[in-house]
Design a protein. Structure first.
Length: 179
């Protein structure tokens, strides 16, 4: 595969890769950096990309590798010299539809934030396949190839992730029912 073919992959899979990067980083600046680094690394490895063998999975596996390296470097630096970061809330852009009431919009936003918060509590083993499946819209086979694990393991991790999310969200709902 040459650079021109890689440019086509950016056009085809760019949005899915960007969305996946955003789910991992939860910050626009970090998302942009991870997205760029992913395609820079893809340029280096373009000879390994096979158009017929899940190129989106290959790109996502590059993004995961870069993200894991950054996380481990950050954790190592935190152990050596802890620093505190300024945390900003992510601004979820919402497109208003004519038939929705304000109440529907508020409930939808609260639900989305609850689900995102619950997903953030998952371990990387469960969260990454979940994001790959729902955010990047990858098949179980594609996830298995990208993560280099068996399909059964992917299915098991998705099942466990959904089960944990269901339990976390059930606790959240029960908190509101007390009022």
């Amino acid at each position: 595969m040459d650079i021109a073919d890689l440019s086509n992959l950016v056009e085809i899979h760019g949005k899915a890769i960007y969305g996946f990067c955003h789910k991992l980083t939860k910050d626009k600046t970090d998302t942009d950096d991870l997205y760029q680094e992913t395609f820079l690394k893809a340029i280096e490895k373009c000879h390994k990309i096979d158009r017929d063998k899940n190129p989106r999975g290959f790109l996502i596996s590059i993004a995961i590798g870069i993200w894991k390296n950054k996380c481990s470097k950050y954790a190592r630096r935190q152990r050596i010299a802890p620093i505190q970061e300024f945390n900003e809330k992510v601004n979820y852009g919402y497109i208003f539809k004519d038939e929705e009431t304000l109440e529907d919009i508020v409930i939808s936003n609260e639900l989305r934030v609850s689900i995102q918060t619950a997903a953030d509590k998952l371990s990387n083993k469960l969260r990454i396949p979940l994001y790959m499946y729902y955010t990047a819209e990858m098949s179980i086979q594609e996830i298995a190839l990208a993560l280099k694990i068996p399909k059964g393991t992917v299915k098991s991790r998705l099942y466990k992730a959904r089960k944990v999310l269901k339990n976390i969200l059930a606790v959240e709902v029960s908190k509101y029912e007390k009022f």
